[in-house]
Design a protein around this ligand. Structure first.
Ligand code: URA
Length: 297
């Protein structure tokens, strides 16, 4: 071995170290798992993200009331829900309005192989829970566990969510629709490395989420975390400002505005357990709302 190569390092141990450094760098960049045993060149056929139009920046709304008021104006979903022109190959697939069940929507989403996130995902993660329930929970996006299992909120955050729901007598698997919930996300595929969804990705999913809401006709929507809250209320204020404050949103196709309660995301609560007291307040507000509805004439 020359003096120079001894200084730079060579041989199997050096190569192993170099490979490990390279893998660590990949993981830090978000490529934290192998998607398939054989590599696929996705760049060759990928539709550039820029092909999906950006949604307009949501306008700031006045602070919402503390409780849902029948007369409160509904937040307009226009900025978030304006259907973007989908990438070209979607033209021959069904539109949201062609779908007449959650199953139809799931199948249409699952076939969207022209959409970059769909191509990278193992599963399309659409809904879980009781499809008859009209208590709709909306999270951000699937993570690794959800992508593996094809269902929203099945990882650690999902387990905490189940415990939170149980504390107020709700259970996603309950047969009774009044005790059950239906869970979905504003994005239906895992963003690589669990990065934040882009506006373009959220705009792409918005018309499908709106159609799902039109079919489910939720009597209450609970947003988990800032991303779904900002998207559905069209209010850019952070979740710590919006949580616990009821607002109404209008859903295309539904005659009545739907009450919406923003709550802290369970993944945030896992990182900041002291904030669970705020989540508890919001859960109690949800329970009170459901009880009042159940006894309303
Ligand atoms: N976090 C989310 O927002 N959604 C999921 O489905 C899982 C974790």
């Amino acid at each position: 071995m020359s003096a120079a190569s001894a200084r730079q390092g060579s041989g199997p141990a050096h190569e192993r170290e170099a490979l490990l450094r390279w893998l660590r760098w990949q993981a830090e960049m978000g490529a934290d798992e192998a998607l398939a045993p054989v590599p696929v060149n996705r760049l060759k056929t990928a539709t550039p993200q820029t092909a999906i139009p950006q949604a307009a920046t949501p306008r700031r709304q006045p602070a919402p009331p503390l409780r849902p008021a029948a007369s409160a104006p509904a937040a307009s979903l226009a900025p978030a829900a304006a259907p973007p022109a989908p990438p070209a190959p979607a033209a021959d697939g069904p539109s949201p309005q062609d779908c007449h069940s959650l199953h139809d929507i799931h199948a249409a989403l699952d076939a969207m192989h022209h959409f970059p996130l769909r191509r990278m995902a193992r599963h399309t993660v659409f809904t879980d829970g009781n499809a008859q329930s009209r208590i709709l929970l909306v999270g951000e996006a699937p993570g690794r566990d959800e992508d593996l299992h094809g269902k929203p909120f099945v990882g650690r955050a999902g387990q905490l969510l189940d415990r939170m729901l149980a504390a107020i007598g709700l259970d996603r698997a309950a047969e009774d629709p009044d005790r059950a919930v239906l869970i979905t996300n504003v994005l239906f595929w895992r963003p690589p490395g669990n990065r934040k969804p882009t506006d373009a990705e959220l705009s792409f999913c918005a018309p499908w989420l709106m159609r799902a809401m039109e079919l489910v006709r939720p009597r209450v929507i609970v947003c988990l975390g800032g991303t779904p809250t900002q998207r559905l209320t069209a209010n850019p204020a952070g979740i710590l400002r919006q949580r616990g404050k009821w607002t109404n949103i209008s859903v295309p196709g539904l005659a009545e505005p739907v009450p919406l309660l923003p709550m802290l995301h369970p993944a945030y609560l896992l990182r900041q357990p002291a904030q669970k007291r705020l989540a508890w307040r919001d859960l109690l507000a949800l329970r009170l709302f459901l009880d009042e509805q159940a006894t309303a004439p």
